[in-house]
Design a protein around this ligand. Structure first.
Ligand code: URA
Length: 443
């Protein structure tokens, strides 16, 4: 029987036309370490050219089945080589070279070359393996003979870098040694600098997970705000104390916030002041407006002839939203979504406190009370919040932020005048209320 190459001139390389699926398979199987690979490929090509052109599609055929497994093994080996080659830096006559030792399972050294050339084009490197070597001098690739592990210089600081990188990205909570072994078979470990850390990382994983869980338990949880609002709506607090219990039990709906800071003051006051959110001091003390902005507010109330203890003081957002910077907790402005999620509480609070006039201090309070954003400057003065008599003025922090002394003094004077006007607005009704309460007490 004539052979596969019978009609081909022996001094020329044979030209065969193969289906596309077969040529990919052949290119990989040629690299396989099985000594039978050439005989198997001969059989494949013979059958393809002798009337079985679609042979590669018949996965149940014993030859195809075996070849597919071989192809897969070579592909996996290539993948591992791309992933696990680690270079050591070597100084040679003032020049920098990078050398690596790798032990592939198959004859894949040449097939892997293009990957490393494209990846490390600007470096001078060599990859030594027992199945051949690659040498790249930034311009030319040379395929060299097999090498020995001793040909590679000893480890250096470059490898320490790899080890530290691996340790810092290792997540003990995701420890799955079986999966690790399947991704990085043990045979590769001895040539990977980071592998030296694996045993210790596995040993320490349980205690590191415990530490992570303890730390996690101390971080305030941000829950699903939408769900939280729905749950709140299922409950209908009929007193301020019941509402406050709900607020105290609920988790913060902003980042940070260690505790809820409740509103404080008498029910049915002439004025209810609504700020933005508690600050660092308020979060520590658990009371609204006790920090620098609170001190300024106290001074303004005093100048306006208003006793703070007769005013109800609260915030649109009940938790301190902040970003941790070292030891400092920096105020972070609540966003529109967050303000709206807290709105349900504020509206309930307003219904239960029943002030004569509610004063929005700044833009966040306006957003919370109106349900939409409005600029403070253009809307300063008397207003209505859903039928409730209201007043818009600036937030005292905006005065603290003013750089110019005169601006600050003028701003403060205007703020005092706003507070006085707001209290005038509600005075008549307040006086009428107090009179009727007095009359009721006197029978
Ligand atoms: N700023 C606010 O808006 N509220 C406070 O309670 C403190 C500062």
């Amino acid at each position: 029987m004539p052979g596969l190459f019978a009609d081909l001139p022996l001094n020329n390389a044979p030209t065969l036309s193969l289906p596309r699926a077969a040529s990919g398979m052949v290119a990989h199987i040629i690299c396989h370490s099985d000594p039978e690979r050439f005989a198997l490929l001969y059989e494949l090509i013979w059958r393809l050219t002798q009337g079985e052109a679609r042979l590669c599609e018949i996965h149940s055929d014993p030859l195809i089945h075996r070849l597919e497994r071989m192809e897969k093994s070579v592909r996996r080996d290539l993948h591992k080589m791309h992933a696990f080659v680690r270079f050591r830096k070597v100084e040679q006559d003032g020049d920098e070279r990078f050398v690596s030792w790798f032990e592939p399972e198959h004859f894949i050294v040449e097939a892997s070359a293009i990957f490393f050339v494209e990846r490390f084009t600007s470096l001078d490197w060599a990859i030594l393996t027992p199945k051949g070597s690659l040498h790249w001098d930034r311009a030319r690739l040379t395929i060299g003979p097999p090498a020995r592990a001793e040909d590679v210089p000893a480890g250096d600081a470059f490898e320490d870098g790899w080890r530290r990188y691996y340790e810092s990205t290792f997540n003990p909570a995701r420890l799955n040694p079986d999966l690790m072994r399947s991704h990085m078979a043990k045979k590769y470990w001895r040539n990977l600098p980071e592998a030296q850390s694996i045993a210790e990382l596995i040993r320490r994983a349980p205690s590191r997970v415990r530490e992570m869980m303890e730390r996690e338990a101390q971080v305030p949880r941000k829950r699903d705000p939408q769900k939280a609002v729905e749950q709140m709506q299922d409950q209908a607090p009929h007193s301020l104390a019941a509402l406050n219990r709900l607020i105290m039990r609920a988790a913060p709906m902003v980042q940070g916030g260690t505790r809820a800071v409740l509103g404080e003051g008498p029910l049915q006051p002439c004025l209810m002041l609504v700020g933005e959110q508690p600050g660092d001091m308020e979060d520590i003390e658990g009371r609204p407006f006790v920090g620098p902005a609170g001190k300024l507010l106290d001074r303004a109330l005093q100048e306006a002839g208003i006793e703070r203890k007769k005013v109800y003081v609260t915030n649109a957002v009940k938790h301190f939203k902040f970003e941790q910077r070292g030891k400092r907790r920096l105020h972070a402005k609540p966003n529109v979504g967050e303000v709206k999620h807290y709105r349900w509480w504020l509206k309930k609070e307003l219904d239960l406190v029943r002030p004569q006039v509610v004063v929005a201090l700044g833009a966040t309070a306006i957003l919370a009370l109106k349900g939409k954003a409005l600029p403070v400057g253009a809307n300063r003065g008397p207003t209505e919040f859903d039928g409730q008599c209201g007043f818009i003025t600036v937030h005292p922090s905006s005065l603290l932020r003013m750089q110019d002394e005169r601006d600050r003094r003028d701003g403060f004077r205007r703020f005092v005048s706003d507070l006085r006007s707001a209290s005038e607005l509600g005075k008549d009704t307040c006086a009428a209320r107090e009179n009727s309460a007095l009359a009721a007490r006197n029978g």
